[in-house]
Design a protein around this ligand. Structure first.
Ligand code: BG6
Length: 493
C-alpha cells in the first residue's frame, strides 16, 4: 500500500510500472533506487507508480523491501514518511533466467494484469546477451503494450556486429521510439549545460570553429582501479567501457551543428552527423594516433593484474587497456584540422572529467608572456565552467601577463540540489522523452569508428604500455600531444 503523497506532483508524471531486470544488482541498489527515491521525494512519481525488481534471488516483496531498507536508506535524505511510502512501491518477482521454471514470467503477468493503461518501462540492467531473449519473453508473455518502453544499459555489444544483433533483436519487439539506450554521461548537469552554453549564448558560436580553436581535449580520469571487476573489464577495456559511449557522446555535443529545435530528433540528427564525420583511424595510423596503457603496481596500489578478482589473470588480462588516449578528427567545414584528444584511465592521480576548448593565440602579440585562452567545462568533481583569460598582474613597471579564470561554479551559483545523472534519465524515461538517450544509428556509428582501432590492437603483438598506478598515464599519451607542441591540460603552468 502506498501511503501519503508528496505535497506537489509534477504535471509530467505518468502512472507507471517500472520493471527492473537485475533489480537487486549493484546498479539498482547504488544508482536506480536512490534516484527513484529522490524523484518520489520531489513529486515526480505518481502515487500509483510501482517499481518491480526482477532477479534470481527468490526474494519476497518483504525481503526485497528489507534489503533496500538496509542498503539504500543511509544513502538518501532522511525522511521517514517519504521512505515508508517509497518502500510501499517496491515489489519483487523471481525469475529463473535461462532455466526451465517460467513461473516468474507468469507472476509478472499477474502483477501487471489490469494495468495495461499505465506506462510500462522494462529496464534491462542485465548483461547485453539477455536483452534480446528478455524482450522476446516479454512479448510472448503478452506484456508489451503500445505504452511500453525498454531501457538498455551499456555495454551495447562489444563491436559493431554484436551491437547490430542486439539492436535487431530488440527492434523485432519494440519500435525505435520505445527504445531508450542509456549513457549516464548524458544525464550529467554540465553535459546538458554544454548545449545551453553553446546555443543560448550568442558570443561563442562565431568562434566555435577551426579559425579560432586550436584543439579540444576530453578527459575522464578516475582514481579507482578495477577491483572485483576483472571478469567484465578483461573483455571490455577502456576503449569499449568509456570511449565508445561516454567520451564520444561528449565529443558529439562539442562538435555538433546548432540543431533547428530543442527536440529529440533534431539534436540526435546533429550528433549522429558528427560521428559519421569522424575520420577513420585504420591500419598503421592506429599506432600513431592511439595509445593504450595498463597500470602497474606501486607500494600502495596493486597492478591491474594483482587486483582482487575471483579468477586469476589470463592472457586477456595482460592485453587489456586500463588507459587510452586518442587523437580524433572531425572531417567537416567547422572542424577540419582541429584535433580532438580523448583520454580516459583508471588509477590516475585525480578523479576529473572535463572538456577543454583550447583557443588559438592572438594573431599578433604586443605583450611578452601571454598564453592562449582556454574554456574548461568541468563535469566532475565540482561541476563548473572556467574561461581562462589573460590579465595584467597589478603593479607599476613592466606589464606582466597572467592567465586568470572567469569561473562559474554550479554549486556556488545555484542553491538547488544538482540531481544525479540517473535521476534525470529515469525521469525522462518515465516522461517518455528520449532526447538524452542514444539512438540506434548513433550507437552503431560510434562502433563503426571504434572497430578498426580494436582490430589493430587485437592483432598487434605489443602489450599496452605500462604506467604506474597513481600517475597520468604512459609516456605515449604525452608524446601524442607533445609531437605537435601541445600538452594535456594539467601539465602546463
Ligand atoms: C561506467 C564505466 O560506465 O562509468 C565505469 O563502466 C566507470 O568503468 C564509470 O567507472 C564512470 O562514471 P562516472 O559517472 O563516475 O564518471
Amino acid at each position: 500500500m502506498i501511503t501519503g503523497v508528496p505535497a506537489v506532483l509534477s504535471p509530467t508524471c505518468h502512472i507507471a510500472d517500472l520493471v527492473v531486470f537485475g533489480g537487486t544488482g549493484d546498479l539498482s541498489m547504488r544508482k536506480l533506487l536512490p534516484a527513484l527515491f529522490h524523484s518520489d521525494l520531489e513529486g515526480r512519481l505518481a502515487p500509483e507508480t510501482r517499481v518491480i525488481a526482477m532477479s534470481r534471488g527468490g526474494l519476497t516483496d518483504a525481503d526485497f523491501r528489507g534489503k533496500v531498507d538496509a542498503e539504500v536508506r543511509a544513502a538518501v535524505p532522511d525522511d521517514a514518511e517519504a521512505w515508508q511510502r517509497f518502500l510501499g512501491r517496491l515489489y519483487h518477482v523471481s525469475v529463473d533466467v535461462g532455466g526451465d521454471d517460467d513461473s516468474g514470467w507468469s507472476d509478472l503477468v499477474k502483477m501487471l494484469a489490469g494495468h495495461e493503461d499505465r506506462d510500462r518501462v522494462f529496464y534491462l540492467a542485465s548483461p547485453p546477451m539477455t536483452f534480446g531473449p528478455f524482450c522476446r519473453e516479454l512479448q510472448q508473455a503478452g506484456l508489451v503494450t503500445p505504452r511500453s518502453r525498454v531501457v538498455l544499459e551499456k555495454p551495447l555489444g562489444r563491436d559493431l556486429v554484436s551491437a547490430q544483433r542486439i539492436n535487431d533483436e530488440v527492434g523485432e519487439i519494440f519500435d525505435e521510439q520505445q527504445v531508450f539506450r542509456i549513457d549516464h554521461y548524458l544525464g550529467k548537469e554540465t553535459v546538458q549545460n554544454l548545449l545551453v552554453l553553446r546555443f543560448a549564448n550568442a558570443f561563442l558560436e562565431p568562434i566555435w570553429n577551426s579559425l579560432w580553436i586550436d584543439h579540444v581535449q576530453i578527459t575522464a580520469a578516475e582514481t579507482v582501479g578495477t577491483p572485483g571487476r576483472r571478469g567484465y573489464y578483461d573483455h571490455a577495456g577502456a576503449l569499449r567501457d568509456m570511449v565508445q559511449n561516454h567520451l564520444l557522446q561528449l565529443l558529439t555535443l562539442v562538435a555538433m551543428e546548432p540543431p533547428a529545435r530543442n527536440d529529440r530528433e533534431a539534436i540526435r540528427d546533429e550528433k549522429v552527423k558528427v560521428l559519421q564525420s569522424l575520420r577513420p583511424i585504420v591500419g598503421t595510423e592506429v599506432d600513431r594516433f592511439t595509445v593504450r596503457g595498463q597500470y602497474t603496481g606501486t607500494r600502495d596500489m596493486p597492478s591491474y593484474l594483482d587486483e582482487p578478482a575471483s579468477t586469476p589473470p589470463t592472457e586477456a588480462s595482460r592485453r587489456v587497456e586500463t588507459f587510452t588516449a586518442i587523437r580524433a578528427e572531425v572531417k567537416n567545414w567547422r572542424w577540419a584540422g582541429v584535433p580532438f584528444y580523448l583520454r580516459t584511465g583508471k588509477r590516475m592521480p585525480y578523479r576529473r572529467s572535463e572538456i577543454v576548448i583550447q583557443f588559438k593565440d592572438v594573431p599578433h602579440s604586443i605583450f611578452p608572456g601571454g598564453t592562449p585562452n582556454r574554456l574548461v567545462l568541468r563535469l566532475q568533481p565540482e561541476e563548473g565552467i572556467e574561461l581562462h583569460i589573460m590579465a595584467k598582474e597589478p603593479g607599476a613597471g613592466e606589464t606582466l601577463l597572467k592567465p586568470v579564470p572567469l569561473s562559474l561554479s554550479f554549486g556556488k551559483t545555484f542553491t538547488a540540489r544538482v540531481p544525479e545523472a540517473y535521476e534525470r534519465l529515469l525521469s525522462d524515461v518515465l516522461a517518455g522523452n528520449p532526447t538524452l538517450f542514444m539512438r540506434r544509428d548513433e550507437v552503431e556509428a560510434a562502433w563503426r569508428w571504434i572497430d578498426p582501432i580494436l582490430a589493430a590492437w587485437e592483432s598487434s603483438a605489443e602489450l599496452p604500455e605500462p604506467y604506474p598506478a597513481g600517475t597520468t598515464g604512459p609516456a605515449g599519451a604525452h608524446e601524442l600531444l607533445g609531437r605537435s607542441g601541445r600538452a594535456w591540460h594539467e601539465e602546463e603552468a
